[in-house]
Design a protein around this ligand. Structure first.
Ligand code: AMP
Ligand code: ZN
Length: 134
C-alpha cells in the first residue's frame, strides 16, 4: 500500500519515533507548528476517526494522554492542543488516522480559529439536526 504512515510504521521510511506499543505509534511531525509537535497513529490503517472501531478508541486516547504528558515535560511546554483533522474539508492531508499533539508556550502567538455567531433561533435548529443522528 502507498500510505506514507503505514510505511513509517513498517520502518520503510525513517521517523523520529517517540512511542510504540502493540497497536499505536507516535513520532515527531516533520513540519512542527512548535518544536515537539507529535503525531499519534494507530498501526493499523484506518482513514480517520470515522473508520476506527470503538474498541480501539480507549487505547488510542490513553496513548495520546501518555505522549502528551511526555511532550509537555520534554519541551517544557505550558499546554498542548490536541487536534485531529477528519476528511479533506477539515484539512486532512494524510489519509491515515492521526492525532496532532501540539505543544504550546505562553505567548507563542499562535491564533485560535475565529469564532462565529448564530442568528436568533439558529442555535436550537442546528442542535436539533445533530441530535437527530444520535
Ligand atoms: P494533516 O494535515 O492533519 O493530514 O497532517 C499531516 C501531517 O503529517 C502534517 O503535519 C505533516 O507535516 C506530517 N507529515 C507528513 N509526512 C511526514 C513524515 N514523513 N514524517 C513526519 N511527519 C509527516
Ligand atoms: Zn496507512
Amino acid at each position: 500500500m502507498g500510505c506514507i504512515f503505514c510505511k513509517i510504521v513498517r520502518g520503510e521510511i525513517p521517523c523520529s519515533k517517540v512511542f510504540e506499543n502493540e497497536k499505536f505509534f507516535a513520532f515527531l511531525d516533520i513540519g512542527p507548528i512548535n518544536k515537539g509537535h507529535t503525531l499519534v497513529i494507530p498501526k493499523k490503517h484506518y482513514k480517520n476517526l470515522f473508520d476506527m472501531p470503538e474498541e480501539e478508541l480507549k487505547g488510542y486516547m490513553e496513548v495520546i494522554q501518555k505522549v502528551s504528558k511526555a511532550v509537555m515535560k520534554g519541551v517544557d511546554a505550558d499546554g498542548v492542543n490536541i487536534n485531529m483533522s477528519n476528511e479533506s474539508a477539515a484539512g486532512q492531508v494524510v489519509m491515515h488516522a492521526h492525532v496532532h499533539i501540539i505543544p504550546r508556550i505562553k505567548g507563542d502567538g499562535l491564533k485560535l480559529w475565529p469564532q462565529g455567531k448564530y442568528k436568533e433561533g439558529e442555535m436550537q435548529t442546528v442542535r436539533d439536526k445533530i441530535v437527530n443522528y444520535l
